[in-house]
Design a protein around this ligand. Structure first.
Ligand SMILES: CC(C)(COP(=O)(O)OP(=O)(O)OC[C@H]1O[C@@H](n2cnc3c(N)ncnc32)[C@H](O)[C@@H]1OP(=O)(O)O)[C@@H](O)C(=O)NCCC(=O)NCCS
Length: 145
């Protein structure tokens, strides 16, 4: 199992996964409206994405985004058909390990009702910091803690 950068197959995988209503309901941003919009977005943002590959299957993706304040925001998604098989824990571990090399503070946004995502994040050191609109948590992890 490994994280790879975005490939042509990865572009399609990202679009399909991000547009899946079962995924979208747990994410805080909006999905791309069309494949064309997705490609325009990815042309300038693909460096933020990593894809989790197990043998030849694309199973999930993560994001590492540098914010204007110099802190880092991470995100992670496992495709619906691969959920609850241990990939999520491995994915966030790999994403956080990579992000920790460069950043001192990692942040992420997670819906309040996304209990299993919150549990995974807490286990690796994220803490609930701010509740936004009574709907999503901003969680933060200090590196080395
Ligand atoms: C959150 C997410 C990444 C977890 O990935 P996953 O591969 O399903 O998780 P894992 O198999 O590694 O399991 C992690 C824990 O969540 C639990 N879990 C996973 N899917 C679950 C489900 N549908 N219902 C209840 N618990 C679930 C597992 O039992 C496990 O708990 P345990 O360690 O106490 O046994 C995945 O469900 C996902 O992509 N969700 C949609 C997007 C999202 O919420 N991203 C996070 C936003 S920051």
């Amino acid at each position: 199992m490994e994280l790879i950068g975005v490939t042509p197959r990865g572009l399609k995988f990202l679009y399909k996964t991000r547009r899946d209503p079962k995924i979208d309901k747990y994410l805080t941003g909006n999905p791309p409206l069309s494949y064309e919009d997705h490609m325009v977005f990815m042309a300038s943002n693909s460096h933020r994405f990593r894809i989790l590959v197990d043998k030849y299957s694309y199973v999930g993706y993560g994001q590492i985004t540098e914010r204007e304040d110099g802190h880092c925001e991470v995100g992670f998604v496992v495709a619906t058909e691969y959920q609850n098989m241990g990939y999520g824990k491995r994915l966030i571990d790999l994403i956080v390990t990579e992000a920790e090399i460069k950043y001192k503070t990692l942040g992420l946004y997670v819906k309040k009702n996304n209990e299993w995502a919150i549990r995974i994040c807490k286990r690796i050191g994220f803490k609930e910091c701010r509740l936004i609109n009574n709907d999503e948590w901003y969680m933060e992890k200090e590196v080395g803690i």
